[in-house]
Design a protein. Structure first.
Length: 479
């Protein structure tokens, strides 16, 4: 390539003044990020408008230039929202695409917009704005799913099924209690996103490339205009940090793992072997070969996509672990895993809420499984404890009774008082008088346990909490 052509090529680069040789085509392809960082377009325009207005208020540019810039940027935002913006891969990233388009619209005055600003603090600002919205959107998705869980729990206070440990039947519980467990864990997930959002309170704009600016920028002005509480406190940290993205990815990975556990239960419960639930047709698929099949593809995909979320977290952690201060081009690799986790979590929350809202519960099948007398073995041991027998002795005695019943293939509840006293003279009555599923549930009346009164109290508290969360998130949306 001739020197003249090289200079012409570099003239399209907003940083090209230093260079006399054109960028190699392979490097163009390798380093371009516009195919994914276009997701930041509306945030980039918002930041640019706030920056332009601040430049006018500090008299670094004229008010006439401010109006020209803002009007041009608002037209660009309209193009972006309408899907009409002409993205150009040759311009590397979203920042340079928008600035080049602005130059096309308003002419040379576009060159004033970058006064006192670097792409380093620009992308940090775009990312912070994006993450604030992403955290809020994740909280909304979690709220919707928790509301479904609580509604279904309210329907199934009296639906009894086995609780499991090691995927073995353990003790009878209420289905409401079971689903409230997931409402609790997803509430903690929502809290993690709220915490992450709270740490996005400082505005990066004005940090420059790494050392701030010699120009009299008003960082408090841009921070307030963009909805931040204050400017960031250290310019080097501002452009070098990606822990806010890591924090979102960590919260998303934990949340996806929790969704995966819920999804796994739907997969197991909808199998013929369990038959506890049936997913609606809208949230199932069939087989291309076997006409009888109804496959739980939605929860299976949620379960599978949790691996993507974990991988995205590990990807950015690995990218960041050896980087010196401040900005390094490696950090361009933050966006693809972040954007992927945001969309993956959004869609997973949406389809899980729909699947849970529409599934059919087989109460009879659940109750049949809960009527397994061995689920009341702990209750039998606790009868002895109430009679003054040390728990370890009671546990051993009931363990021997269980072994006897299994060997002789007899129902635990069929044992008479005299038969029970063969293993412990402290038994006060026959097993049939001591063991009953409903009584077993109602005796567990501790806070957080599975008695009806405890579950009703937990439901009321959770409904109140969700109402407060809904009001809080609505207020956050308004701001």
């Amino acid at each position: 390539m001739t020197s003249e052509r090289a200079k012409a090529d570099q003239g399209t680069k907003l940083w090209g003044g230093r260079f006399s040789q054109a960028t190699d085509a392979a490097v163009e392809r390798f380093s371009a990020s516009i195919h994914f960082d276009s997701a930041l377009a509306r945030y980039d325009v918002r930041g640019s408008i706030a920056h332009a207005r601040m430049l006018g208020r500090t008299e670094l540019i004229s008010q006439a230039d401010v109006e020209t810039l803002v009007q041009g940027l608002e037209k660009i935002l309209h193009e972006i929202e309408a899907g009409e913006f002409p993205f150009d891969p040759a311009l590397e990233d979203i920042h340079m695409n928008i600035e080049a388009r602005l130059r096309e619209r308003v002419g040379a005055v576009a060159g004033r917009l970058h006064t006192g600003r670097s792409r380093n603090d620009q992308v940090a600002t775009d990312l912070a704005l994006f993450l604030r919205d992403a955290c809020l959107a994740s909280q909304h998705g979690l709220l919707a799913l928790r509301q479904v869980l609580v509604r279904r729990a309210r329907e199934h206070v009296d639906t009894i099924l086995p609780g499991y440990t090691h995927l073995q039947r353990a003790q009878p519980v209420r289905l409401a209690h079971h689903w409230l467990a997931f409402a609790e864990v997803l509430g903690r997930d929502s809290g993690r996103f709220a915490d992450a959002r709270a740490r996005l309170a400082r505005c990066p704009l004005g940090a420059g490339a790494l050392a701030g600016s010699t120009l009299p920028l008003d960082r408090h002005d841009t921070a307030q205009a963009l909805g931040f509480e204050a400017p960031s406190r250290n310019s080097m940290d501002t452009v070098a940090a990606r822990d806010s993205a890591l924090e979102y990815l960590a919260a998303a990975a934990i949340c996806m793992v929790n969704l995966s556990r819920l999804a796994e239960e739907l997969v197991i419960w909808s199998s013929s072997e369990f038959g506890f639930v049936e997913l609606a047709d809208a949230y199932s698929t069939g087989s291309s070969l076997m006409p009888q099949k109804k496959n739980p593809d939605v929860p299976e995909l949620v379960r599978g996509k949790s691996g993507r979320a974990v991988g995205n977290l590990v990807s950015l952690l690995t990218t960041m672990k050896g980087l010196p201060l401040t900005y390094n081009r490696d950090m361009q690799e933050d966006k693809e895993p972040l954007f992927d986790s945001v969309s993956t979590l959004r869609d997973s929350l949406d389809v899980m809420a729909g699947a849970l809202a529409t599934l059919r519960v087989n109460r009879a099948r659940m109750r049949e499984a809960a009527d397994d007398p061995m689920l009341l073995a702990t209750d039998l041991a606790e009868v002895l404890v109430r009679e003054g027998v040390p728990f370890r002795e009671a546990h051993e005695a009931v363990g021997r009774i269980v072994a006897h019943c299994l060997a002789k293939q007899v129902d635990l509840r069929s044992l008479s008082r005299d038969e029970l006293r063969h293993w412990s003279p402290a038994f006060p009555a026959a097993a049939g008088e001591l063991l009953d599923v409903e009584q077993s549930l109602e005796r567990r009346a501790l806070v957080g346990a599975t008695a009806r009164s405890s579950v009703e109290e937990a439901l009321g508290s959770m409904e109140e909490e969700l109402g407060e969360d809904e009001r809080h998130l609505a207020a956050e949306n308004e701001t």
